[in-house]
Design a protein. Structure first.
Length: 552
């Protein structure tokens, strides 16, 4: 699909570039002219390890560069918005302010107390589901913001399948920012639609209007071909056959990433990125893997086909960049990992895998404890069935204490709950230090806690408890404190660099200081949580003496 859309956008589909690296490659001396930052939504370290030997395209290329197979989205709130906020800021959610995809503002004057991470709720009539997209909640600068502050000639372009991915990586002042709006790629209301985007939207609409047959199942995917029943749905054997006009099926298929990468390649060509007087930044948020993971789980034919396609499409995307002759550096990572549906986990030898009790929701828990406390007529607790829980602000101090004590006791007594931490406990905890895999659950909660937005207490479910009580459109998810949701690959590549693999853990907050060192951008180490990783990809990226050699 990438080549079809590229042709529609007047891009020539290039032949694969021929790389004839010397036996001992000499890295280029100047900084790269282009930084390409790619996030593959829900691409866990487990999936990378599982399919790595089968990659032959773009992911195979990246696997020959600097490979950090144990990268960490080290915080507890392993959701899309918090994860994307770490990748190009160098900061954990406790400092980006992006604690979740949504949080509760119980003091809000609007009826909808839920705040979406990438909305401007000050817009009249805005709700968390019908909102104006904005970066206002992101409390720190991104790499692109820092680049443009240092030199306005630097250009920043962000293209993603989700608005929160485009915004949290693109930052506050991108030159171009586009995300999928459900029917087409859209941007901020005050941005004119580029002709290249209009052509892309027409080509994609034409594609969606056509039915698509089932995809061929690669031989290495055949062991995954097993039907699994989850509620009223059966998954595990899908091959992405699609009826004409089905936009939801398009979004949860390899076609979606093809469209995102095609538009990113078109922006590269249209904006002549990497061919100006300064280093440019091209950001790509590939979102299909997340929709496939939610809709089908991580261990069926659906995910296998999706990753095989993504590998090919990334290869074609890199071929496009190669054909331009631009010197570019790539980093690829993910906003979080993911976990398979419990019905298949149990078949694979995890009897503890289960769906969360619906009674763990804040609303249900509040209704359960209210009669015991003699409180009626109001909602005592706000929030979801895991993560941040908020006390009703209408409660007086004595009532708040009683409600919190009763709720925490009920949560802690539940067999599916691993831990509950109060606001006071989290705020008193020390800042995270050391390898992220060794952090306590309290430390992981600390890394996600931003007092103006976080809850009055935080609930952590036990491992393999899926916070989807009843499977429907989604059968699997992420968002937990556990490493299957925290661990992601971090891959760097630049032509001529000496490849290596570092098995020790690093964090996604290390990406910004590393890229800053590569392009020679000063970043004060006391302003970020990350540290520079030595890639040996050129003289500008040595971490020795770098202002980003340490962390916050």
């Amino acid at each position: 699909m990438f080549r079809t859309l590229a042709a529609a956008l007047l891009l020539a589909a290039p032949a694969a570039a021929q790389e004839t690296a010397p036996t001992t490659p000499a890295p280029p001396s100047p900084p790269p002219k282009l930084v390409v930052a790619i996030s593959v939504d829900q691409f866990s370290a487990d999936l990378f390890a599982e399919y790595r030997s089968h990659f032959t395209g773009g992911l195979a290329r990246l696997a020959k560069g600097a490979v950090f197979p144990s990268g960490y989205q080290s915080h507890a709130a392993t959701e899309t918005c918090p994860g994307h906020s770490t990748i190009l800021t160098g900061n954990r959610p406790a400092h980006t302010g992006i604690i979740a995809n949504d949080w509760i503002d119980v003091k809000s004057a609007r009826e909808d107390k839920t705040v979406y991470c990438a909305e401007d709720e000050a817009v009249p009539g805005s709700t968390s589901s019908n909102y104006t997209v904005s970066p206002r909640h992101l409390m720190v600068p991104t790499l692109g913001d820092r680049m443009k502050a240092a030199n306005p000639a630097n250009r920043v372009v962000s293209v993603a399948g989700k608005d929160r991915a485009a915004v949290m990586m693109g930052g506050h002042v991108p030159d171009q920012i586009w995300w999928w709006g459900g029917k087409s790629f859209v941007s901020y209301a005050d941005r004119p639609v580029q002709p290249i985007v209009a052509r892309a939207n027409t080509a994609i609409a034409d594609r969606i209007a056509l039915a698509q047959p089932a995809r061929e199942l690669p031989d290495f995917c055949k062991p995954h071909d097993q039907a699994i029943t989850a509620g009223t749905r059966t998954v595990g054997t899908g091959r992405f056959a699609r009826e004409a006009g089905d936009r939801n099926a398009f979004r949860a298929s390899p076609e979606f990433d093809s469209a995102i990468l095609a538009l990113a390649a078109a922006e590269f060509d249209e904006m002549k990125l990497g061919r100006g007087p300064a280093t440019d930044l091209l950001i790509v948020g590939a979102s299909a893997t997340d929709y496939v993971g939610h809709g089908y789980g991580t261990e069926g034919t659906e995910m296998c086909i999706q990753l095989a396609s993504l590998d090919r499409e990334l290869g074609t995307f890199f071929d496009t960049l190669d054909a331009s002759g631009v010197d570019y550096v790539v980093v690829l990572t993910a906003d979080h990992g993911g976990h398979d549906l419990p019905e298949r986990n149990r078949l694979h030898g995890a009897p503890e895998a289960a769906r969360a009790d619906i009674g763990l929701s804040a609303k249900a828990m509040g209704e359960r404890i209210a009669p015991k406390l003699g409180l009626t007529g109001q909602r005592l607790l706000w929030g979801g069935n895991f993560g941040d829980i908020y006390l009703d602000p209408k409660l007086d101090a004595k009532q708040r204490a009683r409600v919190q004590a009763a709720a925490i006791a009920a949560y802690r007594a539940h067999p599916q709950v691993a831990a509950v931490f109060t606001r006071a406990e989290i705020m008193a905890a020390p800042e995270p230090v050391g390898p992220p895999e060794t952090w306590s659950l309290l430390t992981r909660a600390k890394a996600s806690f931003y007092p103006p937005r976080s809850g009055d207490f935080v609930v952590a479910l036990k491992p393999r408890v899926t916070p989807i009580p009843v499977p429907g459109g989604a059968v699997a998810t992420h968002g937990s404190f556990w490493d299957y949701d925290r661990r992601v690959p971090i891959l760097f590549w630049r032509k001529g660099m000496t490849g290596f693999e570092q098995p020790l853990s690093v964090e996604t907050v290390d990406i910004l200081p590393t890229l800053a060192a590569v392009i020679g951008l000063p970043v004060a180490k006391d302003g970020i949580d990350g540290r520079c990783l030595d890639l040996d990809a050129g003289p500008g990226d040595s971490c020795a003496g770098s202002s980003t050699a340490g962390g916050r």
